[in-house]
Design a protein around this ligand. Structure first.
Ligand code: GCV
Length: 646
C-alpha cells in the first residue's frame, strides 16, 4: 500500500480526445503519454493534439504547449520530450495555469537525477522513510509501486535514477551478473519508458574476485579487458542502461589509490570500456582521509575534494562526469559552496545534493531544502576561465559556463516503502522540488512550494498559504536551532540525529570545532589550513578575514572568541542564544499553522504531520537547551535577555 504523491489519481472513464501527429505510434514513450492523457481525471474531456516538430530551440527534451480554440497542442521533437510535455500539461491544468500565450519549456540541467542509497537486503543507508521498494530479500522488486514511482519522477521532470547504494554491498555486485541482469533490464526498460535513464553503482574492486584477474589496477591490461567484457555483456542485456556511479577511495571503498593511480586513471578506465555503448561514468569527489587524528592541525577535511581533483582538470574522458557534494564537507545545514565548482574548466561536473535529510532532521523535522539549493546554485563561484558570462554554480553544473553537454544536478533521494513514501508527508516537497528546480531553476522556492501544495492538497487558499509559510520557514528554523554559524557536526555520531556538541570532537572523521573556553572554530584562511585559498577571487579575499566573511559562515572559516561582534551587531555567544530560542519558537509557529488546517487536508495526512510536529517541537527545544547550555557552561557568559541556561 502506498499513498499517491502529487500525481493525480487515475479514473477509468476519462473521455479526452488525443490525436497523434507524426510520432511513432509504437513508441512506448508515446503510448505512455497517451495513457496519462486518457486516464488522468484532470484532463478528462479535453481535446489534445500531440505534434511532432523539428525545432532546434526545443532540443532533445523541450516542448511547447499552446491552446487554439478548444484544442491543446503539445509539440516536441521526439516521443521522450512529448511525454515530459504531457506531464507538464496535466500539471498545468491542475495548477490552473494560463494558456493565453504558448508555454515553451526546455530543461536547463541536462541530467536531473536521484541517487538511491538502497541496499539489496531492503535496508537504505541514511533512509528515513522505511525500507527499499526497489529491493527485497536480495532481489529486485518491480510492481505497481515501481511504475507509479517512474511516473511520479517523470512528472516532476527527472530523467535519471541510480537504483543502488554507492557503498556497494556484496549482494549488489550481482546486479551486473547473470543472476539479476534480466530483472535489471526490466527495471531499466520501465524507467526508460518514462524518459528516465537508469544507472547503477558499481564496486570498483569487482575484478579482484575473478581469480584470472585478481586486481583492480586501472592500468592493468587484464583489468581493462575484464571491464570491457563486462560492459559489452551489460549492454547486450540492458540496452537502455545509462551507466555507473562510482564511490572510490572513500570511507573504506576500494579505488585507484590502492595502485598509486589517480582518480582520473580510475574513472577513465571504466569510461573507455563503457563509451562504445554511449554509457557514462559518474565519479564521486567525496574522497578524504577518514582516519584522522584530531591533534593534527594541518589536515583539513574541507580541503580534500579540491586537493585530490583540481590538478586533474582536463584529464578525464569526455563521458566522465565528476559528482561534487554541494559543500566541502558533508550535507550540513550550512556549508560554503565547494570551491571545486570554480576550478575545473575542462571537466564535466555535476551537483550532488541530499534530500534524504541526514543532517537536517531525518524526515522527522520538516525542512524544505529548495531555498538552500537555490542559494547554492545561484552562488557566483567566479568559475575560472569561463566561456560564457555565467560564472555561477548553476552555470557550471548545467554546462552553460563551459559549454559541456554532460552536466547535471542530482540528489540522494528521500524515498522508501513507507505508506507516504517520504516518512514526513511534507518531505515530498523536496522530492518534487528538486526535479522542478533542475528543470527550471528560475522558479522561486515559493512557486515550487505552491505547485507541490496545489498538486498534493488541491486549491484551497488557506492550505496553500499555511503550508507555503511552513515550508519557507523550515530550513531557516532548522539552521537556527542546529550548530551555529556554519560549524556543523554537533550531532550524535551513531545516527547523525539529535544534539551532541562534542559528538564528533576527537573522533577520526576530521570534523572538529575545537571549542574551548575562549573561542570556537578552525582557522581556514591562508594562515590556517589554507582552505579559503582554494576559491577564486574575489571569494578568496572575502573568506580570508572574519570581517568580510558572511555571518552564517563565520565559524566555518575562522576561529573566533565568543565575544566577537558579528555584522548583525550581536556577539557570537548572544547570536547562539538568540537563534536557538528563535528556532524553537519558529517550530511552534509552524506547528500552529498546520493545526489550523484540520479538515482542510485529508485526515490521515493531518494526523501524520501533526505527530511529526509534536516530535519536532520537543526535539527543537532539546536542541536549543543542549546547544545553549554547552556554550554557557564553556563561557559562563550570561544571556543578555536573562532566559534560562543550564
Ligand atoms: C553512502 C556520509 C554518509 C554515508 C554516505 C557518505 C557518502 O558520510 O554518512 O552514509 O555513504 O556520506 O556520501 O558516500
Amino acid at each position: 500500500m502506498y499513498s499517491r504523491l502529487w500525481l493525480d489519481e487515475t479514473i477509468d472513464n476519462n473521455n479526452a480526445v488525443v490525436t497523434n501527429n507524426g510520432f511513432d505510434a509504437d513508441s512506448v514513450l508515446l503510448k505512455n503519454a497517451v495513457k496519462e492523457l486518457t486516464t488522468i481525471n484532470a484532463v478528462s474531456g479535453l481535446n489534445i493534439s500531440l505534434v511532432k516538430c523539428d525545432r532546434e530551440d526545443l532540443g532533445k527534451e523541450g516542448f511547447e504547449i499552446e491552446k487554439n480554440g478548444d484544442v491543446y497542442t503539445v509539440k516536441a521533437n521526439n516521443e521522450n520530450a512529448v511525454l515530459f510535455g504531457t506531464f507538464r500539461f496535466i500539471n498545468m491544468i491542475r495548477l490552473n495555469k494560463s494558456f493565453d500565450a504558448p508555454v515553451k519549456e526546455v530543461p536547463v540541467s541536462p541530467l536531473r537525477m536521484l541517487n538511491h542509497w538502497d541496499n539489496m537486503d531492503n535496508s537504505i543507508e541514511r533512509g528515513y522513510s522505511g525500507e527499499s521498494f526497489l529491493f527485497k530479500d536480495n532481489d529486485i522488486v518491480i510492481d505497481d509501486r515501481t511504475v507509479y514511482y517512474a511516473r511520479v519522477l517523470a512528472s516532476a521532470g527527472y530523467n535519471g535514477v541510480v537504483i543502488n547504494n554507492v557503498n556497494v554491498k556484496q549482494a549488489a555486485c550481482d546486479l551486473i551478473n547473470e543472476r539479476f541482469i534480466d530483472k535489471v533490464n526490466k527495471l531499466s526498460e520501465l524507467f526508460s519508458s518514462y524518459g528516465i535513464k537508469m544507472f547503477m553503482s558499481l564496486n570498483y574492486a569487482s575484478p579482484i574476485d575473478d581469480p584470472e584477474v585478481s586486481s583492480a589496477d586501472p592500468l592493468d591490461e587484464k583489468v581493462i579487458k575484464w571491464w570491457e567484457k563486462k560492459m559489452a555483456y551489460i549492454y547486450s542485456k540492458v540496452p537502455t542502461f545509462g551507466g555507473f556511479l562510482v564511490k572510490a577511495d572513500s570511507e573504506g571503498r576500494p579505488g585507484p589509490f590502492t595502485y598509486d593511480r589517480t582518480q582520473a586513471e580510475g574513472a577513465n578506465m571504466l569510461a573507455r570500456a563503457i563509451k562504445p555503448y554511449g554509457g557514462i561514468i559518474i565519479w564521486r569527489c567525496f574522497v578524504y582521509n577518514c582516519r584522522q587524528d584530531w591533534r593534527d592541525l594541518k589536515t583539513d577535511r574541507a580541503r580534500a575534494a579540491y586537493d585530490y581533483f583540481n590538478t586533474l582538470d582536463g584529464d578525464f574522458e569526455d563521458n566522465v562526469i565528476i559528482q561534487i557534494k554541494n559543500g566541502p564537507v558533508d550535507f550540513q545545514v550550512r556549508e560554503p559552496v565547494s570551491p571545486l565548482f570554480g576550478a575545473m574548466p575542462h571537466t564535466n561536473e555535476m551537483m550532488e545534493f541530499q534530500i534524504a535529510q541526514e543532517y537536517t532532521g531525518q524526515q522527522r523535522h520538516v525542512c524544505f531544502l529548495i531555498p538552500w539549493f537555490k542559494e547554492v546554485l545561484s552562488f557566483d563561484i567566479h568559475a575560472k576561465d569561463a566561456k560564457s558570462d555565467d560564472t555561477t554554480v548553476l552555470g557550471v553544473v548545467t554546462g552553460k559556463t563551459y559549454g559541456n553537454a554532460l552536466a547535471g544536478i542530482c540528489a540522494v533521494t528521500n524515498t522508501g516503502n513507507d505508506y507516504n513514501w517520504t516518512g514526513h508527508d511534507l518531505a515530498a516537497a523536496n522530492l518534487y522540488g528538486l526535479g522542478r528546480l533542475a528543470f527550471e531553476p528560475s522558479l522561486s522556492s515559493e512557486e515550487i512550494a505552491r505547485e507541490w501544495i496545489v498538486l498534493t492538497y488541491g486549491n484551497n487558499e488557506k492550505v496553500i498559504d499555511n503550508v507555503t509559510k511552513i515550508l519557507m520557514m523550515s530550513w531557516p528554523a532548522y539552521e537556527k536551532y542546529n550548530a551555529p554559524l556554519g560549524i556543523g557536526w554537533m550531532v550524535h555520531p551513531e545516527d547523525h540525529y539529535g544534539p551532541d556538541p562534542d559528538g564528533y570532537e576527537y573522533s577520526v572523521w576530521g570534523t572538529y570545532h575545537k571549542a574551548d573556553h575562549f573561542a570556537i572554530g578552525v582557522e581556514r584562511n591562508s594562515t590556517g589550513t589554507g582552505y579559503s585559498t582554494q576559491y577564486n577571487e574575489p571569494l578568496k579575499s572575502m573568506y580570508e578575514k572574519p570581517e568580510t566573511t558572511p555571518d552564517e559562515l563565520k565559524l566555518f572559516f575562522h576561529r573566533l572568541p565568543y565575544t566577537y561582534v558579528l555584522k548583525s551587531g550581536k556577539t557570537v555567544i548572544q547570536h547562539i542564544y538568540d537563534t536557538h530560542y528563535e528556532g524553537a519558537e519558529d517550530v511552534k509557529k509552524m506547528s500552529a499553522l498546520w493545526q489550523d488546517l484540520k479538515g482542510l487536508v485529508p485526515d490521515d495526512a493531518f494526523e501524520r504531520v501533526t505527530k511529526r510536529f509534536e516530535h519536532q517541537v520537543e526535539h527543537s527545544e532539546r536542541w536549543r537547551d543542549v546547544i545553549n547550555s554547552y556554550f554557557y557552561r564553556k563561557t559562563l557568559i550570561p544571556d543578555e535577555k536573562g532566559r534560562p541556561l543550564y
